[in-house]
Design a protein around this ligand. Structure first.
Ligand code: UFG
Length: 329
């Protein structure tokens, strides 16, 4: 087995995958420009500081390390920012992925695991999205990833590269050993925002909209533990190494929780009362986004182990407490 290049391996999800690769004794090289990642999150493999779009660097790296599989996490991921600065997202997510793919194909890389997103679905009519649901993103972030999926599909057809694109639903939680977790400043994600409130970093949790057509009026999402999500990447790699064909798969548990249900779990886990403040709807929020998630289990044999909202919240909260003792570097 050759080396695995992990772009964005110093970021939240990439660093969890790197740890899992380490547990299996894989040879890993991380490429990260540290724009949002942290050097100290890379607990295994070699860290190269640089840009995915740097063709010269990437080609040299692929050749020198005899890379035969790439896991591509490096991307900007903040939906509202993508609305304000769309070209930043197309450059960093879409164009950089195209450039990386060209280098991979030139160097004979065989397998490619791509971080895609449930944001490609936009607002699914029924609130649930299977992989064949229409892809109609409602923000540049989702479009930047969807176009990358198309490039991957078309490039794979005419090369020896095969791929798995994983469409993540709402990723949350942290490493159970407390070594790494979501560390981005100015977080916008609900679980992290609520945990930051519990540890005193925020004075309230806003609830964006309470008049949606959902059971309690707040938005419903499919929250997935980052440990299970990370495991799906290793399953994807195994599947490709065994000769499985290219595939695009949802990565979610297939059940949803409302904002109030998430906040209820945060109360139970922390034992704290929360200062919850109603706020206007946030532009671009689909009322409900839950995965139809059978295909990934059938095809990859993915077996989630942490499908438990309180477990997700308690690991996220433990990480938030750990961050109080000093920021990531
Ligand atoms: N929310 C609040 N208050 C907050 C933060 C969030 O009420 O302080 C609400 C949001 O309005 C939404 C829900 O909580 O209804 C979840 O919001 P997140 O920001 O945690 O996550 P999103 O569903 O907006 O987006 C996430 C990822 C995207 C991905 C999408 C796919 O950030 O990258 O899931 O489902 F595309």
């Amino acid at each position: 087995m050759g080396t695995i290049l992990v772009t964005g391996g110093a970021g939240y999800i990439g660093s969890h995958v790197v740890l899992k690769l380490a547990e299996r004794g894989e040879d890993v090289v991380v490429l990260d420009n540290l724009s949002t990642g942290f050097r100290s999150a890379v607990l295994h493999g070699d860290l190269m500081i640089g840009d995915t779009a740097d063709r010269h660097l990437v080609s040299k790296l692929l050749e020198a390390r005899r890379v035969d599989a790439v896991m591509h996490f490096a991307a900007h991921i903040v939906v509202p920012e993508s609305v304000e600065q769309p070209l930043k997202y197309y450059r960093n997510n879409t164009c950089a992925t195209g450039s990386l793919l060209e280098c991979c194909i030139e160097s004979g890389v065989r397998h490619f695991v791509f971080s895609s997103t449930a944001a490609v679905y936009g607002i699914p009519a029924t609130g649930r999205a299977g992989e064949d649901a229409p892809t109609e993103p409602i923000n540049p972030y989702g479009t930047s990833k969807l176009v990358s999926e198309w490039m991957l599909r078309d490039a794979a057809r005419v090369s020896s590269l095969d791929y798995v694109a994983l469409r993540y639903f709402n990723v949350a939680g942290a490493d159970f050993a407390g070594r790494i977790g979501q560390s981005t400043p100015n977080a916008t994600h609900l679980v992290k925002v609520a945990c930051e409130h519990v540890v005193g970093k925020r004075d309230h949790v806003p609830v964006f909209g309470n008049d949606y057509d959902t059971p309690d009026g707040t938005c419903v999402r499919d929250y997935v533990h980052v440990e299970d999500l990370a495991a799906a990447h290793l399953d994807a790699l195994d599947y490709l190494r065994q000769g499985g064909g290219s595939a695009t798969l949802n990565c979610g548990y297939g059940r949803g929780f409302s904002v109030h249900e998430v906040l209820g779990a945060v109360r139970r886990v922390s034992g704290e009362t929360l200062n919850v403040v109603p706020a206007p709807r946030r532009p671009g929020d689909p009322p409900q986004l839950v995965a139809v998630a059978e295909r990934i289990r059938d095809l990859l044999g993915w077996t989630p182990r942490h499908d438990d909202l309180e477990e997700i919240v308690s690991s996220a909260l433990a990480w938030e407490r750990r961050l109080l003792s000093g920021p990531m570097t």
